[in-house]
Design a protein around this ligand. Sequence first.
Ligand code: HEC
Length: 162
Amino acid sequence: MKIYSLLVCTLGVLWSLASVGAEVSGEQAYQRCAACHMADGSGVPGVFPPLKNRIPEMAASAEGRRYLIMVVQNGLVGNIVVDDVSYYGVMPAQASVYDAKGISVVLNYLAESIDGSQLSGAWQAFTEAEVQQTLLGFSDKTGAQHTAKMRRELIRLHPELK
Ligand code: HEC
């Protein structure tokens, strides 16, 4: 009986780790992120940064798009400042859960559903191909430290994103 429940439990964990990719809706794909960033993307001040109303602005440059993709893939560590609030947290890498399609779906959900009313005509949705290309380009970068470096460079180039 014990072994049986252990097996069920293990299967449950394996299932929940199954890739978020094709066939999932944006809302489903975002569920995992919502545990920390909240369902409406508002975050928790000082603990989990807000994502609301930030993704389209970040996604307006090539370096911002690459940064967003790599945050989901590799996570992020170290001090960041968002809307004058300081965060010193660790976002775990999500690479084992989200494939390229899943990363595009979740970032598009944030921009198109959570920020829908804020979207300007300049918004360009992420595609699976774009994510794949970025992941290939950074395939030798596996740590959250690298994402932190990308962020510092992004803020240097676009101080308005701070
Ligand atoms: C376990 C909690 C947790 C989960 C789950 C999580 N994040 Fe994060 N996320 C964080 C933390 C903490 C930070 C800030 C890290 C730091 O302080 O360096 C962060 C930072 C970010 C940033 C950078 C924001 C900025 O202003 O640069 C983005 C983008 C992001 N997360 C998106 C996501 C997405 C999309 C998901 C789901 C695929 C997700 N996060 C899942 C905790 C989480």
